[in-house]
Design a protein around this ligand. Sequence first.
Ligand SMILES: Cc1cc2nc3c(=O)[nH]c(=O)nc-3n(C[C@H](O)[C@H](O)[C@H](O)COP(=O)(O)OP(=O)(O)OC[C@H]3O[C@@H](n4cnc5c(N)ncnc54)[C@H](O)[C@@H]3O)c2cc1C
Length: 428
Amino acid sequence: MSARETHEPISLTFYNQKRHQSIKNCYKERRIPAAMSCSEQLVWVQGPIIVGAGPSGLAVAACLKEKGIDSLVLERSSCLAPLWQLKMYDRLSLHLPRQFCQLPLFPFPSNYPNYPTKQQFVAYLENYAARFGVHPMYNHEVVCAEYDEQLMLWRVRTQTTGMLEDVEYVSQWLVVATGENAEPVLPMIDGLEEFQGTAIHTSAYKSGSKFTGKAILVVGCGNSGMEVCLDLCNHNAYPHIVVHILPREMLGQPTFQLAMWLLKWLPTHTVDQILLLMARAILGDTARFGLKRPRLGPLELKSLSGKTPILDIGTLAKIKSGDIKVRPAIRKIVGQQVIFMDGRSEQFDTIVLATGYRSNVPCWLKDKGLFSEKDGLPRKAFPNGGKGERGLYSVGFSRRGLMGTAADARRIAHDIDMQWKARERRPA
Ligand SMILES: Cc1cc2nc3c(=O)[nH]c(=O)nc-3n(C[C@H](O)[C@H](O)[C@H](O)COP(=O)(O)OP(=O)(O)OC[C@H]3O[C@@H](n4cnc5c(N)ncnc54)[C@H](O)[C@@H]3O)c2cc1C
């Protein structure tokens, strides 16, 4: 294989009848049962297969591209970063300051604010993909991926929407970039399914303008729930929240930046105590408004459960003024009535479920080594959860947001590059 051939754009190897044929022959020679190769098309991919065209998938593809390695990015949706383009509410800005959110090799434009808006972040991602020539295969949902011991390759089966045929891809490397937020989590609440108003998850919520004059109950305990409440507060929202709230800025610095700086010298527990003391000084006692703080500090809670502390951008002021009301947990729902744990009962038009997302990896990845079947996250904590056996990688599952993604992407590209070079050195 010549150097030029190995660096040819991956699209040239797709649907290449000769290669297609050689894979088919390979099945014959190694006596792989026909049932295992039953998909419509089988395509060998020279570079890695990346599942997911969110920020993480794009970051790995870009880092590989920089090293001269083309990859195939498979995306179930019809656009890149659909979580940001299709599932986030309009008023969203990045929760963390921009320096913690930019992807490798390509900084944010210098005129972007400290907390870029959703629209700015999407524009940045589109420019990012264009800059590195990353062209995901859209409408390709990966329904099964498993390592074929005989072929010594990953087999990745896709289901395509529209007029396209289903295709199975094979490659030496598989990078899982489907994210910690692949599927909405819907809570088990007695009577929710029979609720006679409208119940939506935040992934379907765009703006409060649709809810003018309606009584809304927001169920959830994260940044999304707080922001949706703020968006709705002129429309009778009744949030139920049990969370850590921190001011977004402390001592004139972004709280997140301050916490990262303190963590260089102090243990997590001590940093948590400092943050809580300062939060109390700035925000006052939030328990007075029904916002009970969890037992663990904000950083400990994040690292143990993945729950992000709330960085307040004005919701607390609305709670203090009574525009947003806090309710205890829900006991059950009857018709349009919500009965709370304290026995109170109120009628709502809409329930917004700000109850977060989960990984979908166990549904399609047959390998059980790298990812836990329980929560679909890597079994080992960052930075050891990024690499599995036999060319399997994970990116964007470190519970460290885009900062973790950037670190993972660089590491994966370096690792694959080493193997790629070793392969090139081998005789044909
Ligand atoms: C409201 C909100 C605000 C946030 N703000 C920040 C922030 O300010 N800073 C920060 O660092 N993080 C933030 N995050 C976390 C954020 O989700 C991630 O940092 C970022 O989107 C992760 O990118 P990703 O590519 O890993 O996952 P995603 O963006 O979820 O991308 C995964 C991709 O995989 C695709 N996919 C899933 N399953 C399949 C399949 N079977 N086949 C093919 N494709 C598939 C999905 O369609 C998706 O395009 C926020 C999250 C939320 C919900």
